[in-house]
Design a protein. Structure first.
Length: 120
């Protein structure tokens, strides 16, 4: 459950480390796994593609709130995380650290699934 002003970590190698949600796209007040949001970068690594203060789109890949699945199980992560996207809805980074949920497969994000380290 990502809301306005929620802080998220970035799990790709685009250069951003921490971002803040400034808008949830799609007409909802809360975002969940697979939703696209607009973020402002708060903390960045030096000499990378993304600079501090930049506004970009990203996709939520992990959230602390439990997400129910169709088989009755729930999915929960230790932190809220996102991946930075470019204008063509593709990831800016070339690597994704850690596992991503298989719910991303249904929302046409196969590029993210293909470069992730694992799928839960």
């Amino acid at each position: 459950m990502i809301q306005l002003n929620s802080n998220l970590s970035v799990i790709d190698n685009s250069g951003a480390k921490k971002v803040k949600c400034i808008k949830i796209l799609g007409g909802s007040f809360v975002g969940s796994i697979g939703d696209t949001i607009v973020v402002a970068t708060q903390k960045v690594a030096p000499n990378r593609k993304i600079k501090a203060g930049e506004v970009a789109k990203s996709i939520i890949v992990r959230q602390r709130k439990e997400t129910p699945r169709k088989d009755g199980s729930t999915l929960k992560f230790y932190e809220n995380s996102a991946i930075i996207l470019n204008d063509k809805h593709l990831p800016v980074g070339t690597r994704i650290f850690g596992p991503v949920p298989r719910e991303l497969r249904s929302s046409n994000n196969m590029k993210i699934i293909s470069i992730a380290q694992g799928i839960i």
